[in-house]
Ligand binder design. Structure first.
Ligand code: NAD
Ligand code: MG
Length: 400
């Protein structure tokens, strides 16, 4: 069997590590072609020695020099490439079959798009790239002849529940689907009263009850913006209007999402909350491969609870829904303002409750434009970051 050559973009992150764990279980099926990191040279060096990729990409030039010297002295033949452009280069490389898009945030847009345009199998974890560029991204997938496989656990669950004759490709409209229900754990502040939310810290926000993830998505899970981004992501992947994608809080995180059909059937995908399941699904698709994930002990789980999300305590959900409905540049603006606000929160320059305030302020000042080209998307992103920084200053003024 010829091995699938895989580029793992963002290999040093949480999804990157889980991906390498699954890949290492199947040396007969997969070959690691490229690994990439922003600046964590120590971890990337270890990964290169263990997986022996042809290329390693580091965005930071100083870090790249150090990695190159370290690998050379360890006798490694991995070539080190530098800079953002090299991410797209490896993503679109003619020898690459599959790309795990696991860079966090807008930084992953160009490389994910490059993989789409080059017709690769794209395993998409980097939801921000899709949210920002929406129809542009889906067009690139279609025109490039790429295969887009969702790795986000909810979307992977929906994809699994939609797989059937004639619907094995994401992006195909299903007239027989009544609605999709995306499950949300509710995050660490599910039961925190509104009055206590103002004082929560980045450490508390990042202590997710069910999943261990990077810091940005952990904060997004705490504000429920993650679910808002996922709603936009679902509309794009499954060609559904926002009204057909609902969010339901499910604190146990065992049901990863549900699809309801017009005949009243509701299908769900269940499993332990471990990203290696959706990653293995995307890597092996259309076959199933072992992921290393423990069997779900359904007797121990015993009960599955569902409840409506609290839109008043978590306004990010409503902001994302509004951006989904507005379309065009609105999702890119929402995403950029959120990235700036989350970073400021992590640096203790903004309180938790000010995150949605900053996003709302930026969205209120935005006039939605068409997002037909990469330039449209990038200039909306740029504008929103600038506006969000101004809103941060205003928020700091209010606090002082
Ligand atoms: P993380 O912070 O753990 O890792 C991010 C990776 O991106 C790292 O390898 C880092 O080096 C790289 N990176 C960061 N900034 C970069 C830049 N400017 N240029 C190039 N590379 C850069 O994040 P994560 O939790 O692994 O999440 C990655 C993506 O997957 C996010 O979009 C997230 O929303 C999505 N996702 C994550 C999970 C999860 O369980 N962690 C679940 C679903 C979706
Ligand atoms: Mg998710």
């Amino acid at each position: 069997m010829t091995r699938l050559r895989v580029a793992v973009l963002g290999s040093t992150g949480s999804i990157g590590l889980s991906t390498l764990d699954v890949l290492a279980r199947h040396p007969d099926r997969f070959e690691v072609f490229a690994l990439t990191a922003h600046s964590n040279v120590a971890r990337l060096r270890e990964q290169c020695l263990a997986h022996r990729p042809q290329f390693a990409v580091v965005v930071d030039a100083a870090a790249a020099g150090k990695l190159s010297a370290d690998l050379l002295s360890a006798g490694s033949s991995t070539r080190v490439l530098v800079g953002e452009g090299a991410l797209s280069e490896v993503a679109a490389h003619e020898q690459v079959d599959a790309v795990m898009a696991a860079i966090v945030g807008a930084a992953g847009l160009r490389s994910s798009l490059a993989a789409a345009q080059a017709g690769k199998r794209i395993m998409l974890a980097n939801k921000e790239a899709l949210v920002m560029s929406g129809p542009l991204f889906m067009n690139a997938v279609r025109e490039g002849g790429a295969t887009l496989l969702p790795v986000d656990s909810e979307h992977n669950a929906v994809f699994q529940c939609m797989s059937g004759p004639g619907a094995t490709q994401a992006g195909v409209t299903r007239a027989d689907v009544r609605r999709v229900l995306l499950t949300a754990s509710g995050g660490p502040f599910l039961r925190t009263p509104a009055s206590a939310l103002r004082a929560v810290t980045p450490e508390q926000a990042c202590a997710h009850p069910r999943w261990v993830m990077g810091r940005k998505i952990s904060v997004d899970s705490a504000t429920l913006m993650n679910k808002g981004l996922e709603q936009i992501e679902a509309c794009l992947l499954f060609a559904l209007p926002p009204a057909q994608v609902e969010v339901v809080v499910h604190p146990q995180s065992i049901v990863h999402s549900l699809v309801e059909y017009i005949d009243g059937s509701m299908l769900a995908q269940l499993g332990n909350p471990d990203m290696r399941t959706p990653i293995a699904h995307a890597l092996g698709w259309p076959e199933r491969i072992a992921s290393g994930v423990e069997s779900l002990d359904i007797l121990r789980a015993a009960r599955l609870d569902f409840e409506a999300p609290d839109a008043a305590r978590f306004p990010c959900l409503g902001l994302a829904r509004a951006a989904a409905e507005a379309g065009g540049t609105a999702p890119a603006v929402l995403n950029a303002a959120n990235e700036v606000a989350v970073e400021a929160f992590l640096q203790r320059r903004l309180s938790f409750l000010e995150i949605p305030e900053v996003i709302e302020r930026v969205l209120a000042r935005h006039t939605t434009q068409p997002a037909d080209s990469l330039d449209d998307v990038l200039s909306a992103d740029d504008w929103a970051r600038h506006e969000a920084h101004a809103a941060l200053t205003a928020a700091a003024g209010v606090c002082a």
